[in-house]
Ligand binder design. Structure first.
Ligand code: GLU
Length: 441
């Protein structure tokens, strides 16, 4: 039975690269009916922190990456000491103060098999003696990693290729301890757009940050799976179940991949579009409450309708609160360029006034009725619909982009729409008066 593991160190948050490594291990285990072990590599007592551990576990749960077993290296120091002692007793290691060090045999060749790269061979001359137990009593990574991977029965080590230089050292230790080495799969790194290794410079790296920004776990899993693995077809949308069905180690790409936030947002938008409205609403409500856009007794029916209106235009959940903010706040943020272009002539003030008067008479205040009435108005005035609709959109929403304006007006309601138009008309008129006065001078 295949046994694999993800072995994070709780010295930082779970980042995109780690999450993908974990996902590939998890997919391999689930697709082969194997076992997936989570091993917390918390040997560095000064750098490991409970908050990181919590965050890592939370992020993994959020992504749906469940584990069959969990181990903490900090609880296994006795085991490591015992194995180091064994090598010491056999004369394969020596002591330096309290540290125990493995003596690299000279003139030997180490070979190991990488599933993606084939056989790799290294001369032992190139390696230095390896610390197994440090003088403070804690084990060194290469040593406890081997002891655990062997004792826990790993069949495959799937990890980032930043560890490839460690692998020959680990192979030596497998051999010294009399364990059979597993197969290795070193997966290429994730790069930023500029071709260097993905880091904070390229944007958010922590999984928790993506959650905060309104990405869905299904979308992130889908995107990360395709970041370095390909199904061999053009298929782009994969549920976890579909990934489990199709995943294979052989289809992991050999070259580094570039993290593309726009692609992730596109995938995320697709998931949001297809999400069931009640679930979507629950997720959005909490962010609206946080922003104090709504409180506990909000109009459910109204919000459901509004979210339905927006759900095809949301790259992330957070976009809803941003794009639709003008429904919730009294002080609309006006885009300066839009105001200049659409709300600066006395003609426009006149159009808006007529539009406003038409709105006041509309009953029932429904988008179809509103549209009919406005189409009639425009015809009577002998102007193009756009001549009034563009200014109205800026006046009501603050910008030039929104869903259909008549739906927007319906959801905004008669009172708010009229009040907002009135306010803008007043502003334009005042500004025109000032301009006229200046001209007189
Ligand atoms: N704790 C190591 C890391 O986070 C694990 C490396 C490995 O998978 O062997 O890089």
């Amino acid at each position: 039975m295949p046994v694999v593991r993800f072995a994070p160190s709780p010295t930082g948050f779970l980042h995109i690269g780690g999450a993908r490594t974990c996902l590939f291990n998890w997919l391999y285990a689930r697709s082969t009916k194997g076992k997936f072990i989570l091993r917390i590599e918390d040997t560095d007592m000064t750098r490991s922190e409970a908050k990181y551990l919590e965050e890592i576990l939370e992020s993994l749960k959020w992504m749906g990456l469940d584990w069959d077993d969990i181990y903490y290296q900090s609880k296994r120091f006795d085991i490591y000491r015992e194995h180091a002692q064994k090598l010491l007793d056999e004369g394969k290691a020596y002591k330096d103060g309290d540290a125990i060090i493995y003596k690299i045999p000279q003139d030997a060749k180490i070979r190991f098999f990488d599933v993606l790269r084939g056989e790799i061979a290294v001369e032992t001359e190139q390696l230095k003696d390896q610390v197994m137990m440090k003088s403070d009593g804690s084990p060194a990574y290469n040593f406890c990693c081997v002891v655990d991977d062997a004792l826990m029965g790993m069949t495959h080590i799937i990890r980032g290729d930043d560890h490839i230089a460690n692998t020959p050292k680990q192979i030596m230790l497998y051999e010294a301890l009399g364990f059979k080495p597993p197969k290795f799969v070193h997966i290429p790194m994730i790069h930023g757009e500029d071709g260097t290794r993905m880091s904070k410079r390229h944007g958010a790296t922590a999984i928790s940050e993506y959650k905060k920004q309104g990405y869905l776990p299904e979308a992130l899993v889908n995107y990360l799976a395709l970041l370095g693995w390909n199904p061999g077809t053009n298929k782009e949308m994969f549920s976890s179940d579909a990934l489990i069905k199709e995943f294979s180690l052989k289809r992991i790409n050999k070259a580094a991949t570039v993290f593309d936030i726009n692609r992730l947002s596109w995938v995320n938008g697709k998931y949001i579009k297809e999400m069931d409205i009640e679930t979507l609403m629950r997720l959005i409500v909490s962010s609206l409450k946080e922003k104090e856009y709504i409180n506990d007794d909000y109009d459910k029916e109204w919000l459901r309708g509004l979210i339905t209106l927006y759900k095809t235009r949301l790259p992330t959940l957070e976009h809803f609160a941003n794009l639709a903010s003008f429904f919730f706040v009294d002080k609309v943020y006006y885009d300066e360029a839009a105001v200049k272009e659409f709300l600066s002539t006395s003609e426009v003030a006149e159009y808006l006034e007529k539009f406003k008067q038409a709105l006041e008479k509309i009953d029932p205040f429904e988008h179809k009725v509103i549209e009919e009435s406005i189409r009639g108005l425009v015809k009577d005035m002998g102007i193009k619909a756009g001549d009034v609709i563009h200014p109205v959109r800026v006046a009501l929403t603050g910008g030039t982009v929104s869903p259909g304006i008549f739906e927007v007006i319906e959801f905004l309601g008669k009172e708010k729409s009229v009040a907002r138009l009135e306010e803008i008309i007043k502003k334009i008129v005042t500004r025109m008066r000032i301009f006229d006065k200046l001209k007189e001078l």
